[in-house]
Design a protein around this ligand. Structure first.
Ligand SMILES: [Zn+2]
Length: 466
């Protein structure tokens, strides 16, 4: 791990003795009233509000809120000046086939305790969970049923439908499709969405269009899909696909659908630019007109190189190059701040990272949640409001599989983040995208201390639907 430790976190968490830890010691006593941890003196996010109180974690990894004074405590964490919140839930994580240890370390450092790959996922979630439970995980993890992968395996819609049903039985948390990348007709989409509706699982869509001329057609299609299928339809990264050029109109369409009684949500990542593989369909002929950009606007992620017509053609063949459009291409005040004021909009990273170094991601992969908090504090949207966005909203999207997580409540699984609201931020850029977030002091996953200015434990478990 070559990333430097965030200096302010190290100082605040360790230097001043703010965290009084003796990691690895046995729990004292072992009496039924004994607590493994007591998080003392923090501002705690409980039932949508910040309040001053202590939080206990018992030996089973469950949260205890009452009777803390009388309980025997193995370890005390002084949380004065810190926020104590449910660990963040990234419903739009993307491991991108990379090293899961690296990916999970950076998610953990960003305060994420549950990362769900619902933009896509896998064709066979049963096999995924069978394999993944045999390996240690830093954080909780789960996947959607990836329609693109299912379609690659089976030719007929009947066979594809059966596999999607098997995927949901095997623990898929969503039915997910990227229509722009693999266009399918509406009737086929509707077939899959009806399966999702019957199993009470959301349909997660990367919409069909990302151009100024057509983006709203993609939003209309998502609303129609919710109406005709009865499924909850979640629009992935509305800021980059569907609501880039006319976000006000896109939100109007969603509000109208909700007023009809449809189940609709969306998410955004808190950045003013997008990045993707140069080989992506996004860069099929006509991209300069679609996005109003030219070759020199494209920056190679990780190196900062600007493209020319010649290098564009070369890199598009080579496959692995990711390019970013200029910061400000998406007006963050309209494409991110505006949707996040709506009760139906979440924050999702749409990213991970394959390696700790090198051009393999957008800064959203490692920094989405710290960045969202920093922006909410700085723009006046509010810390308390954003904590609800990062925890309660994804929890509501996923439903039953997360019913005992994502909140500070007696008996809930202790997925907890402790952070400094003054220091929380992420400094990743397109040129240097993989950065540890700053200001995250400690993260507990299933009641075990998983992070404290560095990774400590692998306490994550699989989150399964079905
Ligand atoms: Zn996407």
């Amino acid at each position: 791990m070559s990333a430097p430790l965030p200096r302010r976190s190290v100082l605040s968490a360790l230097g001043a003795g703010a965290l009084c830890l003796a990691v690895g010691t046995a729990f004292a006593g072992g009496s039924p009233a004994g607590l493994a941890w007591r998080l003392r003196g923090g501002r705690v996010f409980v039932q949508g509000r910040l309040e001053d109180r202590d939080v206990g974690i018992d030996a089973d990894g469950r949260i205890v809120l009452d009777g803390l004074t009388a309980a025997t405590v193995a370890e005390v964490v002084d949380c004065a000046g810190r926020i104590v919140a449910p660990g963040f839930i990234d419903a739009l994580a993307d491991r991108a086939g990379g090293d899961s240890r690296v990916y999970e370390e950076y998610k953990l450092a960003d305060g994420v305790t549950t990362a769900l790959e619902l933009h896509g996922g896998v064709a066979d979630p049963g096999a995924y969970h069978f394999g993944e439970t045999r390996r240690p995980h830093r954080i909780n993890h789960g996947v959607g049923a990836k329609v693109m992968a299912v379609r690659a395996l089976y030719a007929s819609i009947d066979a594809r439908s059966r596999q999607i049903e098997r995927a949901l039985d095997g623990g898929a948390l969503s039915v997910s499709h990227s229509i722009e990348y693999q266009p399918v007709g509406f009737p086929e989409l509707l077939t899959y969405a009806r399966i999702a509706a019957r199993r009470a699982r959301p349909v997660v869509l990367h919409l069909r269009y990302s151009s100024a001329a057509l983006e709203l057609e993609g939003v209309r299609e998502a609303v129609r899909l919710a109406r005709e299928s009865g499924a909850h339809v979640h629009i992935a990264h509305l800021n980059s696909t569907g609501g880039t050029f006319a976000p006000e109109a896109a939100l109007d369409l969603l509000r109208a659908g909700l007023a009809e009684g449809l189940a609709l949500t969306c998410c955004v990542y808190p950045y003013g630019f997008w990045a993707t593989y140069l080989r992506s369909r996004r860069f099929d002929p006509g991209w300069r007109e679609r996005y109003g950009l030219d070759f020199a606007d494209l920056e190679v992620v990780g190196t900062g190189e600007r493209l020319t017509a010649r290098s564009f053609a070369h890199y598009r063949q080579s496959g692995s190059v990711i390019v970013a459009v200029p910061d400000g291409t998406m007006d963050i005040r309209r494409t991110v701040d505006l949707p996040l004021r709506e009760p139906f909009c979440l924050v999702g990273s749409d990213g991970g990272m394959k390696r700790a170094s090198g051009p393999n991601t957008h800064p959203r992969g490692s920094g989405t949640f710290a960045t969202a908090l920093r922006r909410a504090i700085d723009t006046g949207l509010g810390l308390e409001y954003m904590l609800g966005v990062l925890t309660e909203r994804p929890r509501a999207l996923i439903g039953r599989p997360l019913e005992d997580r994502g909140r500070i409540a007696a008996g809930a699984r202790a997925d907890v983040v402790v952070f400094d609201p003054m220091a929380i931020r992420n400094l990743g850029t397109a040129a240097k995208p993989v950065m540890r977030s700053e200001g995250i002091d400690a993260v507990f996953v299933n009641g075990r201390l998983a992070y404290r200015a560095g990774v400590l434990d692998a306490a994550g478990v699989g989150i399964r639907g079905g």
